[in-house]
Design a protein around this ligand. Structure first.
Ligand code: GLU
Length: 440
């Protein structure tokens, strides 16, 4: 199996792109296949080279390793070769309409309630007409003459599909400036790079019929296709970069765990819930393209952030150790991690608990007499349980009245990990000083 993720570097990757990347990567890893990254930068005006680098960084952050990388702007020689092959047959023709003429043609058809299909005027030109147009200085663009037939294929997600090419416009394969279009470059690449399955968004479903026709015109064998429904945001709008949807860069900035994104997007639209405990290996093993439905699933960014906290609560120390070290928390060990992880919303919060337990803190004193008793008793107690029992006895307090002033003095916060655990992490001497109102 060889699959590809083919983003255009015209914007930052958003959740819709991420889902296509994740599904392709899971399919490849499950089958022991190859995951290709193809940078679709044939649109010179809209493509920005620096955005291609952000795509690599986003994939690396998600943990999706790339086996092979291709960049369309560096593959012109391959496209030239296939274009010459096609030009030798009878399926390619020069077309001379200007963008304005094409727009006017589309408008006329629209006014008559007809589909905006190119009327093949240029296909009917005699050689003399072409010469005259070229003598006038018109440069042609090049179209594929679509076959007069229906294309049948079995979509891996949507089942049997039938698309009638006679309703579609002959696609432009090469622009008047000599550059190749997405349609041509994508088809040549899918053949030349040996792609066996194209898994992408359903906005490309109609393109598929055209692409199959072109593949066959090039003498190639079309791969399998699977089209996933597009994701809607919480408000029911399509998740797309143009709508300013959450980008992966935004989510990273917000401290969302990449594994949470993988879990949510691998499950989205399958009817199965995302599991916060699933490892990457389990996601690979459980992947099934056939499980994806055809309804457009909804996804709220806030759900991902919530799920991300649940992921952190289950993460093993080994899987965060390097990142903690990178945050300057090299001393944060496994017992400390196990004690605090259930209280984290973002990994960054680990630094907060580390400083609360290990660095001087100004305690918040609610009831100094009670806290002084607590400090004295703590000095004499052999365990946290014994201390709390003695304190209950001495103060007659229980529940919130017992715990809340202790927590405020020890951590200067309203909430957090279990008090006994915190005491062990900060040490008895420091705790006694804080209960006495001293910075410690
Ligand atoms: N660059 C195209 C896109 O981002 C790729 C479509 C495809 O997968 O063929 O929509």
């Amino acid at each position: 199996m060889r699959v590809r993720f083919a983003p255009s570097p015209t914007g930052l990757l958003h959740l819709g792109n991420a889902r296509t990347a994740i599904v392709n990567w899971l399919a490849a890893r499950q089958a022991g296949g190859i995951f290709l990254l193809r940078i679709d930068d044939t649109d010179i005006e809209r493509s920005r080279p620096e955005l291609a680098l952000t795509i690599d960084a986003d994939l690396a952050w998600l943990g999706l390793d790339v086996d092979e990388r291709a960049v369309q702007s560096q593959r012109t020689a391959v496209y030239e070769r296939h274009f010459a092959g096609l030009a030798a047959g009878d399926r390619l023709y020069p077309a001379y309409e200007t963008p304005e003429e094409l727009a006017a043609m589309r408008q006329r058809l629209k006014d008559k309630n007809l589909p905006p299909r190119y009327d093949r005027t240029s296909l009917r030109l005699a050689a003399a007409d072409r010469q005259r147009l070229e003598a006038e200085g018109r440069k042609p663009h090049w179209r594929l003459r679509l076959s007069d037939r229906r294309i049948d294929f079995v979509d891996r997600v949507r089942g049997p599909q039938r698309i009638d090419l006679r309703h579609l416009s002959d696609p432009v394969l090469r622009r008047a400036d000599g550059s190749f279009t997405y349609t041509f470059a994508s088809v040549v690449d899918d053949l030349d790079l040996g792609v066996t399955e194209v898994i992408r968004g359903e906005d490309h479903l109609t393109n598929t019929a055209v692409q199959i026709d072109l593949m066959e015109a090039l003498g190639g064998r079309p791969p399998d296709f699977g089209h996933l429904p597009l994701i809607l945001d919480a408000g029911g709008q399509k998740v797309s970069k143009r709508l300013g949807a959450a980008t992966l860069a935004d989510l990273r900035e917000q401290g969302v765990e990449p594994l949470a994104i993988l879990q949510v997007l691998a499950a989205l639209g399958t009817g199965r819930p995302a599991c916060a405990e699933a490892t990457l290996a389990e996601l690979v093993a459980g992947f099934d393209l056939a499980a994806f439905g055809t309804a457009q699933p909804r996804l709220a960014t806030a759900d991902i952030a919530r799920h991300s906290a649940a992921v952190l609560h289950h993460l093993d120390f080994v899987s965060v150790q390097a990142r903690l070290e990178g945050m300057g928390l090299a001393g944060l060990d496994q017992p400390f991690w196990n004690a605090i992880r259930a209280n984290l919303e973002r990994l960054e919060d680990a630094g907060l608990w580390w400083s609360i337990c290990q660095e001087p803190l100004q305690p918040v004193i609610e009831d100094s007499a009670y806290l002084a008793t607590a400090a004295n008793l703590l000095g004499q107690s052999s365990s946290v349980e014994a201390w709390l029992d003695a304190l209950k006895e001495a103060s007659g307090r229980k529940g919130k009245a017992l715990f809340h002033p202790l927590r405020l003095a020890l951590t200067a916060r309203e909430r957090g990990p279990d008090l006994g655990t915190l005491l062990a992490l900060m040490g008895k001497d420091r705790a006694v000083m804080r209960l006495r109102g001293q910075v410690a």
